[in-house]
Structures are given as C-alpha cells and as structure tokens.
Design a protein around this ligand. Structure first.
Ligand code: BES
Ligand code: MN
Ligand code: ZN
Length: 513
C-alpha cells in the first residue's frame, strides 16, 4: 500500500477496500460547490425559494421593497402585527405571485458587515434543505456588491451536510443549486470556491480515523496538486526516519497504519519568498502509552483538523490560482499503543538536531510539528510560517469553542493575523510567549522536554516547545485550534457535530487571495 518517494511520481493511491466500503463512497456532493450570479429579479427566477431581507429598524432591502409593493404590502402588515422584527437569524415565509419568498431578518443595519451577510446566506441554504427545496435564489443585498464574496461563502457553507455514512433512502436531502439575483460580481463564484474548500476540509475532519488516514490525506493532497498544478512530495516511514525526522518517527512507532510526511508546493508568485503552512495531521490520538481516558476519545478523530485547514487552504488556492508562492507541510500519523510504541522517558532527536525528552506520549502533536517546522526552516527561505494544530485541551479551557489561541515571534505578522481574523470572522486571541514560559520546556538531560509545568499554561508551553524548531529570524505564528476545529455552537454556517474547517478564510484573507 505504500507509495511514492520524493518528487518522483507516486503509485496510484486508492482506499483500502477492506476499510472503505465502496457502496458508501459519496455519489453526489453533499454541499453546493458553485453559486451563480444572475441579472434576474424575483419574478423572473425559477428558483424554489427566493430570499430577501428586512433590518431591525424595519427597513426592507430593495428587492424586498418591490415584493412588498407587489404583494399589497404583506411585509408591512407582518411588521405592523409584530411578527417580523428583523432580528438576525429570523426568517418568515410569504407566498407572492406563485413564488415562495423567504424574508430574512438582517439585524442592525449599521452592523451589516461581511460576517452578517455570510450568516444570512447560510440561513437561505439551511432553510431550503430543511424544506427539501432543490434551488434557492437570494438578493444581493450588500451595497455595491461589497460583501458578495460572503454571499457565495455563506450559501455553500450553509449547504454543507455530512451524509456519507447514512445508507437509508430518505436519510439525506441535498441542495442542488443557488444563485444571487441582480448581481454580476465575480466575488460570488470566488466566495463559493472558498466555501467549497472549507467543506472539503470539513469532510477530511468528519471522516473517522479508519478512513481519514495519513494515506487518505496524501490522496487528498494529490487531488489538490492535480487541480492546482502543484508539486507533491510524500515521504513514507522509512524515508522520513532515514532523513532524521526522529520526532515524527517516534510518534509513528506505535501504529501499523502507514504514516506520511506530505509537502505541497504552489509556486505562482515569481521569486517572492514562499509563505509556509504547517498542519498537524494526527489522524487518531489515543494518547499513546500515556493513554487518554475513554470518554470522548472518539473525538480524537478530529486531531488532524490542522492538516484539514492547511489542505483546505491549498484547495482554495488550487481553484483560484492567485499569484503567490505557498508551501504546505503535513506530518501525519496515528498516536497508538502498539508494541513498538515510544514511551515516557524516551529521548527523540528531531530533524533540526534537538533532543526531546518525552514526559507524556499524549503531547505528540508538538512532536510531529517539530519535524514539520524544522523541515520548513531547513528547506525553504519562508516569508513566514503559520502552523495550525489541535494542540492542547488547555486552549479549550481558556477560550472555549469561541476563539483560537495564537502565539508567535513577530509582532507585525501577529497584527496581520488579527486584521484577517476580523475580516473573516474567525476569532483569535493572543497568549503571551514570554521567556518565563519558554524556560519551562527545558529538560535536565535533553535539550527540551515535551511538556511544561503540569497544570499550568499548557497552550503556551506547547507553543514554547514549537518555537525551538523554527529557525530564528523566520516570522512564525502558531494557531491552537483545539477549541475551534469542532464542537462549537450550531449556526447557519456550522452544522451540529461537524468539523468546522476553521482558519481557511482567515489565511486566504492574509494571503490577499
Ligand atoms: N490532541 C490533543 C489535544 C486536545 C485535547 C484537543 C482535547 C482537543 C481536545 C493533544 O495531542 C494532547 O493530547 N495534548 C495534551 C498535552 C498534555 C499531555 C501536555 C493535553 O492537552 O492534554
Ligand atoms: Mn495527544
Ligand atoms: Zn493530539
């Protein structure tokens, strides 16, 4: 089953048929992958559902106004009776001239930004799915199409469902098409491509550990490489062990599932320095010999969501082909308890030569990232490195499911992260990477140890550890997405019990894609 070395062509990648029942392989996409824009108005479109809006101050969007007049002021009546309040998240059905109209609450007019547009668009798709309607059309209700990218994103994200393992006939209804009316902005299609990339990442995260294996991640990278004209390099266990990636190799000792070190290179930006993304691709984290408690251990199938974020970003780049250079690195393995598994007390040597004393085999994410970051530092001259990882339970304690913890070595890069966080609506909060914390991961007998002071500042200790593997002078930011990658509040954009694909929109904004 193993394939591929270096930059050589690798053998055909296929699922292990024993692990993956072909009958449940996806036949149709469970999310919209495109959204069109159309000059039509509400009375011309054939869509099954037509969405227009009303704000909290009871003012109607332009198309809502037209429909209100055509319907003998039925919206005004509903507003006067107090049924329509215009609050965000609210929606009401009306039937006018044989058309099914959805009047959406859009909230405060002065706060109607890209994020509000995205949420409203998500609501359109979700409503259509719940009513089993095939096609939707929504008014472009932003001024001069300034938020049309969000319309495309929201319609696709709201259409996402994870149905691959539901085998019953009536288990799933899939939305077939969406368009934005009275609009010709190219940002609609762009937003849809980004939404589709986020759905791609969600799928990688939602598939269980026996399907979303390191081999499957390599296969996903192959699909992206083919679509985007990227160079794909995959190192298998023997190769990366030989190369000196002792930290990844150490974690991978406990599993028979073939681990992979995956590199995608997208070079379309001339001689500019590449931006490097590194994602934790831990496809199942049992904790290793320092085994996790059984409760919720199933959720550790999501421990590859960092890799889903960076692969999803590359998926969007493959579709949109911006003029930039980006390298994406995914160290990928399971963390199990096989007879050869690494143990507490063991000492591993990472690719940059640093020795690591293992105090807890469950702090494995930072180990595989150590080799990813070392590889990025050694083989490229990056403009900067961003890494994404479901790294610590502590970040969930600190920030809940609301924001990712960010830490790094470069203030101006951190500023850019914060700006893109605002633009994308993907919240981050900076934690301090002070020298006091960096001291906590020094070992008595090796260069570093793989955890800090037990019970204290766990997310920062993890970042302090990672910093040891990033070459000095390379600006670097670490995103701890253990709280945001899954398990948050259900919204029109994020369905219940699903990976979120968190961070893709933030990174694309940073890259000016
Ligand atoms: N993948 C986990 C982090 C995690 C835990 C994410 C719970 C989401 C929910 C990571 O590999 C891990 O186990 N980290 C340990 C580190 C500790 C042993 C220093 C943790 O956070 O408990
Ligand atoms: Mn772990
Ligand atoms: Zn983990």
């Amino acid at each position: 089953m193993d394939y591929g070395t270096g930059s050589k062509m690798h053998k055909h990648l296929i699922f292990n048929p024993i692990l993956f029942n072909k009958n449940i392989k996806r036949i149709i996409m469970a999310n919209l992958s495109t959204v069109t824009s159309s000059p039509e108005s509400w009375n011309e479109t054939q869509a099954d559902l037509i969405a227009v809006g009303v704000f909290e101050d009871k003012s109607l969007t332009p198309m809502a106004n037209t429909i209100n007049e055509a319907s003998n002021f039925s919206f005004t009546e509903a507003i006067d009776l107090g049924d329509v309040k215009g609050k965000s998240g609210e929606s009401h059905f009306f039937y006018v001239d044989g058309k099914r109209i959805l009047l959406l609450g859009l909230g405060n007019k002065n706060k109607f930004d890209a994020n509000a547009v995205r949420l409203a668009a998500g609501k359109v798709s979700r409503t259509a799915i719940s009513k089993k309607l095939d096609s939707v059309a929504m008014e472009c209700f932003c001024n001069n199409c300034e938020h049309c990218q969000s319309c495309g994103e929201g319609l696709v994200l709201g259409s996402y469902q994870f149905l691959d393992y539901k085998t019953g006939r009536d288990d799933g209804f899939v939305l077939k098409s969406a368009k934005v009316l009275r609009c010709d902005s190219p940002d609609i299609a762009k937003g849809a491509a980004i939404g589709n990339a986020v759905c791609f990442a969600r799928d990688l995260g939602n598939h269980p550990g026996n399907i979303s294996t390191p081999t499957r991640l390599a296969e996903a990278a192959k699909e992206i490489a083919d679509e985007g004209g990227m160079k794909l390099t995959i190192f298998d266990r023997e190769e990366f062990t030989e190369m000196g990636m002792g930290a990844l190799a150490g974690v991978a000792l406990g599993t028979d599932e073939p681990p992979k070190f995956i590199i995608l290179e997208y070079m379309n930006g001339g001689d500019e320095k590449p931006k490097v993304l590194v994602g934790k691709g831990l496809t199942f984290d049992a904790g290793g010999i320092s085994i996790k408690p059984a409760g919720k251990m199933d959720e550790m199938k999501y421990d590859m969501c960092g890799s889903a974020t960076v692969l999803g970003t590359m998926k969007a780049i493959a579709a949109l082909k911006p003029k930039i250079n980006v390298v994406c690195i995914v160290p990928s393995t399971e963390n199990l308890l096989g007879g050869k598994a690494f143990k507490p007390g063991d000492i591993l040597t990472a690719l940059n030569g640093k020795t690591i004393e293992i105090l807890n085999t469950d702090a494995e994410g930072r180990l595989i990232l150590a080799d990813g970051l070392s590889y990025a530092s050694k083989h490229y001259d990056p403009e900067f490195i961003l890494d994404f990882a479901t790294l610590t339970g502590a970040v969930l304690v600190t920030l809940g499911h609301v924001a990712a913890g960010v830490m790094g070595t470069d203030e101006s890069l951190m500023e850019k992260v914060k700006i893109s966080s605002k633009n994308s609506g993907e919240k981050v909060w900076e934690l301090p990477l002070w020298p006091e914390f960096c001291k906590q991961i020094k070992s008595d007998i090796a260069d570093v140890k793989n955890m800090g002071t037990p019970g204290q500042a766990g997310s920062i200790a993890a970042a302090a550890f990672l910093k040891e593997f990033v070459k000095k002078d390379i600006p670097w930011i670490h995103f701890d997405i253990a709280g945001t990658a899954w398990g948050g509040k259900t919204t029109s954009l994020d369905p219940k019990g699903s990976a979120t694909g968190w961070g893709i929109r933030l990174v694309l904004d940073m890259f000016d894609v």
